[in-house]
Design a protein around this ligand. Sequence first.
Ligand code: 1PX
Length: 212
Amino acid sequence: MSLVTFSLQEVLDAFKLCLSENKEVYLEHYVSGWRGLVKFLNSLGSVFGFISKDAVGKIKILEGYLEGDNSSQYATVQLMVKYELDNQLVDLTKRGNHPESGCRTLLRLHRALRWLELFLERLRVSGQDEKTSVMCADAYDQSLSQHHPWVVRKAAGLAFCVLPGREAFFQVMNVGSAEQVVSVLGEAVPLISEVYQITETLYAEQQLLQLP
Ligand code: 1PX
């Protein structure tokens, strides 16, 4: 993956590689998809620094597990959940000895993935004159915002206001004409949605959706 320029195609490729034949989620590619998204965010300017910083922190935690002594237990989200739960490595009700478990860290990105799904779908069907800031805020209000305290919601709302317009936004995506963007989005959204749903079902089954 290129280090500097963002391309929506690269993110799409990472999320494509995420799913194994029997629908397990490879952590390596999940994290790599997020790294690509952060690159996009960084190219939008320093106003988004506080969001990018938080995402990078979480990406680094997961990368640490992927490179650590128990890396084989972190190959997929399914394995990670089983390993961490079997070995009591997750704070289940309040923060304690495992404030940076893979399970709670991934949950934060997972919730953000729902925002991304809603936002990209909204972008995909949007008309030329629609505002990215409004699409982004709507997607946020319907998803991630319910997990954030007032101060974070306020800061996010302010950041959304300086998002570039739809046309400039499409250019930063780096996949060509508006038609091409719409077509790549048409491929990306169902894929992101599937990765989201699989993780959501797994976390719901294991009652992990409210991890502190
Ligand atoms: C092709 C276009 C795609 C656009 C890609 C943009 C990538 C955005 C990446 C956002 C990653 C956000 C991760 C947030 C994780 C989170 O919820 N963290 C909170 C809880 O963590 P904790 O460890 O404390 O339990 C944390 O408090 C978050 C703080 C930062 C504020 C997060 C605001 C999120 C707004 C999401 C929308 C991003 C707007 C980007 C505009 C394109």
